[in-house]
Ligand binder design. Structure first.
Ligand SMILES: Nc1ncnc2c1ncn2[C@@H]1O[C@H](COP(=O)(O)OP(=O)(O)OP(=O)(O)O)[C@@H](O)[C@H]1O
Ligand SMILES: [Mg+2]
Length: 281
């Protein structure tokens, strides 16, 4: 096909030889199948910031590292330079996460480069060499659902051991190749150690898996793998070999009512102070 304008710079640099076809146009990106010498790869062209959706919300940005404080200040102020920096941080986040996860043994498409807002990576394929289907489009038996669920939990644990939470894990961001599930779509990946919403994000990712596979294997519906994994992680006990049960022991320690009342009173006091200050202004 005719080379799309956004891929032209990669052709000029000799990174891509030919664009074969468009694979998908999603919320955040358009994905093409390309040829690089004699290899078939995948080029993900990120949309401009204005056309993207939710993933740039503050909770995803939190804890993202930038090179220096001048960049950080510019990004906060939203100057033109700041917006450009933010765009670069966003575009490089996925290639960075892919490199990190591949090194940690997580099954993700092998990344090559992110150049001019285009991520070049391996094309995930099915047994016939065609682009792999999304998990959502695969027919599942009870046994296969349990098997894929277990394989994906293992991947989530490996990711967290590498300090990363996917943040948007669902049946639409998982492909199925000849050996099983492959996690994709990571521009919003979260730094587990520095993001204050990490526990919530992990739990949401893991609950998404349980609800999806729970349609085929209902026993998954009342599992709590997310909470169990997070508890081990926080205690510094999570390893790729951790044995999971899907259940966490209820906290049976007696509640200190006096302490709870003190917390409530101090919150009320703070709020009253805030209202008083506002009234004075
Ligand atoms: N490495 C890959 N190999 C094969 N197919 C891929 C690959 N990366 C992406 N795709 C295909 O392109 C689709 C969109 O990719 P991705 O999810 O990364 O982008 P997105 O813009 O977030 O899309 P969406 O909004 O649909 O989630 C995927 O669902 C998948 O079908
Ligand atoms: Mg996606």
């Amino acid at each position: 096909m005719k080379t799309p304008k956004r891929i032209q710079p990669l052709v000029e640099e000799g990174l891509v030889d030919e664009v074969l076809r468009q694979l998908m146009s999603g919320k955040e990106a358009t994905v093409y199948v390309v040829r690089c010498e004699n290899e078939i790869r995948c080029a993900k062209v990120y949309k401009e910031a204005s056309q993207r959706s939710f993933k740039q919300a503050a909770s995803y940005q939190e804890g993202r590292k930038v090179k220096n404080s001048r960049q950080a200040r510019a990004m906060e102020k939203g100057t033109r330079y700041g917006r450009k920096m933010q765009e670069e941080v966003w575009q490089n986040a996925e290639v960075d996460a892919l490199y990190k996860l591949a090194a940690a043994g997580v099954k993700v498409p092998k990344p090559y480069i992110c150049f001019e807002g285009v991520l070049l990576m391996d094309l995930v394929t099915d047994a016939d060499g065609n682009a792999a289907p999304r998990l959502n489009d695969v027919e599942l038996s009870h046994t296969l659902a349990l098997q894929y669920h277990a394989q994906l939990l293992q991947q989530v644990v490996l990711m967290l051991c590498a300090g990363v939470i996917h943040g948007d894990l669902s049946e639409f961001n998982i492909l199925v190749d000849a050996d099983g599930p492959v996690i994709i779509d990571l521009p919003q990946a979260i730094d587990a150690a520095s993001n204050t919403e990490a526990a919530k994000m992990l739990d949401r990712d893991v609950t998404n898996l349980a609800s999806y596979f729970g349609q085929f294997a209902p026993e998954l519906n009342d599992t709590q793998y997310g909470k169990e994994i997070w508890k081990l992680y926080v205690a510094g006990e999570l390893t790729p070999e951790s044995k999971l049960t899907g259940h966490v022991a209820a906290d049976t320690r007696p509640v200190n009512v006096g302490e709870v009342m003190k917390e409530i009173e101090s919150a009320i006091f703070e709020e009253q102070e805030r209202l008083r200050r506002m009234a004075e202004m």
